[in-house]
Design a protein around this ligand. Structure first.
Ligand code: V47
Ligand code: SF4
Length: 359
């Protein structure tokens, strides 16, 4: 029989927790005890260091042929609020970010019906030449699969071409909940969970580091979350290509998902982050994305196993179009203060987690 004592003993011995044990933790309301276990694991891996990076998000277009039910960011071409940035504007934002001390641009967008694969290659090339100091973290597995379809190139060829154009790594979006039953309810047009995992596997084989996200707080059950994390843990055993795991708290405004609940609770946010830290023993970093969580829960999560607060972001659209109440951007000083006030050591990192400066 699963008990808290047995799980605690396992963690103290550095042993891996099973899916049933993770589910047991989700069913427990002893948040502080779960947090303590997560904090212990994090302390072993990262000491008191908490990472952040100075970055800027650029979303080239919100026009998307998928129109996932949970997504308030996307539009159909011609609809009110639909936009596509010109190459010049994408480059201007990247140059501005570099000028303001950013080391990374994070680029994701909708699946545009008319833009060609060459547009995206050109965007990467132009950023690389105008802002050579920036690491380009771009495109979810969902976009990569779309590029392969619109260009008639294989996934491997798409990666080769994008890496030649300047792609440095990939963010972890598009994972949502990998299990098919939930996926059919929240994003039936999107590639399957198995396909997402396969594309990420190919990214890792091509030498790209990626992250992995999990969109939670909608129709999924705790068992769906555990299954999602188990799929990631299994792939990570094989490739060691994941850097951070990022649970994304669902923002419910303007979404087509008609739910009784309005967003996640603070308790659920902290429990989910802590259980992720406990379960994903082969991930180095658990990131609290303050945009979706709010600054206060993100700060408290530093005592619940989290060791990364993402970045300064500058202009965030995906969460804010869905009603996120956090600011659009944090200053470097703001993030440093937030980490210090939690009793931790702020470390500015680059995208690949090399420390740039310890404060
Ligand atoms: O895939 C869409 C999510 C993701 C909503 O890898 C929503 O460093 C909450 O992946 N409520 C894109 N979430 C963002 C993303 C990300 C963000 C920050 C850092 C990294 C990283 C990756 O946003 C989508 C989807 O899962 N999303 N709509 C919503 N209403
Ligand atoms: Fe398109 Fe991504 Fe939004 Fe789905 S989540 S509608 S794929 S932009």
């Amino acid at each position: 029989m699963t008990t808290f004592e047995a799980i605690t003993a396992k963690i103290h011995a550095g042993r891996r927790v099973t899916p049933d044990e993770a589910l047991f933790l989700f069913e427990s309301n002893d948040l502080l005890a779960i947090g303590e276990l997560a904090a212990l694991i994090n302390e072993r891996k990262n000491g008191r260091n908490v990472y952040f990076n100075v970055n800027r998000h650029i979303n080239p277009t919100n026009i998307c042929v998928n129109r996932c039910a949970f997504c308030a960011f996307s539009r159909t071409a011609g609809e009110d609020g639909a936009y596509t940035l010109a190459l010049d504007e994408i480059c201007r934002r990247a140059r501005e970010a570099e000028g303001e001390g950013a080391t990374e641009v994070h680029i994701v967008g909708g699946l545009h019906p008319d833009l060609s694969f060459e547009f995206y290659e050109e965007a990467l090339r132009s950023i690389r030449s105008t802002a050579p100091g920036l690491h380009i973290k771009a495109f979810t597995a969902v976009e990569i699969e779309y590029f392969s379809r619109i260009s008639s190139l294989s996934i491997e060829q798409v990666f080769d071409r994008l890496i030649s154009a300047g792609l440095g790594s990939m963010p972890g979006g598009g994972a949502e909940i990998l299990g098919e039953t939930v996926r059919q309810k929240i994003c039936p047009e999107k590639i399957s969970g198995a396909h997402w995992l396969e594309i990420i596997r190919l990214a890792h084989l091509a030498g790209l580091k990626t992250n992995a996200t999990m969109l939670y707080g909608h129709v999924e059950t705790a068992a769906d979350r555990v299954e999602h994390m188990e799929m990631l843990r299994t792939l990570q055993d094989e490739t060691v290509g994941f850097q951070a795991f990022i649970p994304l708290a669902f923002q419910s405004e303007n979404s087509d998902l008609k739910l009784d609940i309005k967003g996640t609770s603070g308790l659920d946010d902290l429990k989910t982050l802590a259980i992720a830290r406990i379960f994903l023993d082969n991930f180095d970093h658990i990131k609290a994305y303050w945009i979706m969580l709010g600054e206060k829960i993100a700060q408290v999560s530093l005592a619940f196993g989290v060791n990364d607060l993402d970045g300064t972001v500058v202009e965030e659209k995906i969460g804010h179009d869905a009603g996120a109440k956090s600011p659009q951007s944090l200053t470097t000083e703001g993030i440093i203060r937030l980490i210090r006030n939690a009793g931790k050591i702020p470390v500015e990192r680059n995208t690949l987690y090399h420390p740039i400066r310890t404060y």
